[in-house]
Write a protein that binds this ligand. Structure first.
Ligand code: SF4
Length: 361
């Protein structure tokens, strides 16, 4: 399991010894461990972007996969400084009924979505395995691909969900700096840093087809978390060759607890992250959500992104008109068709289905 290998001190040491020279080419930067995350000159960033674009075209062609998140519940027993669903927040808690799940899924399928990402808070009372085992059979027959972003589960639980049609698992470590992690995860089971760190192992051992990891950029020094993600991915690729992996770089710009420090990540640094991971891991899926602005998302299309969400709403059942507290606000509010039109002008095809249930057999 990765928690037995991951070392905060070693990662910090790597962070401290990054070496890069302003005259280095992209090849030089990629040869020297982690140098790609140093402060680049404009010329270096431009060259890195060109390299990333060329690798993306070579490996993925001109296509963009689309998915949409569906929040099933905003109930949560954890307190995270940055989240609208935190336990201590006095909001109305809501978990969708079967009818509301059907209404929302039908609506999304009619809009053209075939890949759903199911999300919940982490509430052992209402959104636990019993709940997941009940809702997957309702949703699965209606869509081509089903992912989940819920609490970290056991190997047996993931195995059971795979038998009910689970294809992918998303789990972000939030930050690999444990002291910062503890500072932002104030109470609840999410404080189990190591258990969360081993989630990708458990999902891969169970046989989950695609696993999406990431960090919530802004909680810590972005370079430290980028180095930690490189090490984590290298470990996962070496350990689980049958599994597909992807990565996300969600950024936060504000939190509810204003006494905590944030380490904002600029647009330029986000571009560097996307391009660097594309060059380091040519076959890696890279997901960009609607947290980012339309103009930034459009600008990153060529540079390495393979998966995008569209029309996202971050409260339970919002697509079918249920009024509940959102988890966070989104920036790119364009419709799937509007984004498709932009992609078309850039010579891209949109893919809403790249997976079929029959591939499980
Ligand atoms: S981030 Fe997740 S675990 Fe934390 S409060 Fe929000 S829903 Fe709960």
């Amino acid at each position: 399991m990765y928690s037995t290998i991951f070392s905060f001190k070693e990662t910090l040491n790597r962070r401290a010894h990054i070496q890069a020279h302003p005259d280095w080419t992209v090849d030089d930067l990629l040869r020297e461990p982690y140098a790609i995350f140093s402060e680049l000159t404009d010329v270096q960033l431009e060259q890195l972007a060109q390299r990333a674009q060329s690798i993306t075209t070579q490996r993925f062609g001109h296509m963009m996969r689309f998915f949409i998140p569906l929040y099933l519940s905003n109930e949560c027993f954890n307190n995270c400084t940055y989240c609208g669903f935190s336990y201590d927040r006095k909001i109305d808690r809501y978990t969708l009924t079967d009818q509301e799940i059907n209404d929302n899924v039908d609506l999304l399928v009619n809009k053209g979505f075939q890949h759903l990402l199911l999300l919940t808070g982490e509430s052992a009372k209402n959104v636990d395995m019993t709940y997941f085992k009940h809702v997957l059979p309702i949703i699965r027959p209606k869509v081509a691909q089903l992912g989940m972003e819920v609490q970290p589960l056991s190997i047996d639980d993931y195995s059971e969900l795979i038998s009910l049609g689970l294809d992918s698992v998303t789990v972000y470590q939030e930050t690999y700096q444990k002291d910062h992690y503890m500072m932002h995860h104030l109470s609840g089971k999410k404080r189990r840093f190591e258990y969360r760190l081993d989630t990708a192992d458990r999902a891969a051992i169970a046989g989950v087809f695609r696993i999406n990891i990431g960090a919530l950029f802004g909680l810590s020094d972005w370079v430290f978390d980028a180095i930690a993600l490189v090490d984590h991915l290298n470990y996962l690729y070496q350990s689980y060759w049958k599994t597909q992996f992807s990565i996300s770089f969600p950024r936060i710009t504000s939190i509810f607890d204003s006494t905590r420090t944030l380490w904002p990540v600029s647009d330029r640094q986000l571009v560097q992250l996307v391009c660097a991971f594309r060059c380091l891991f040519p076959d890696l899926g890279i997901t960009l959500s609607t947290r980012e602005s339309a103009s930034l998302r459009d600008g990153l299309i060529h540079l390495g992104v393979t998966d995008m969400s569209a029309e996202s709403m971050t409260s339970p059942g919002a697509y079918a008109g249920i009024d509940a507290e959102p988890q966070f606000s989104i920036s790119d509010k364009r419709s799937l068709n509007e984004i498709k039109a932009v992609l078309l002008t850039k010579g891209f095809d949109t893919v809403v289905k790249d997976w079929d249930l029959s591939l499980h057999q």
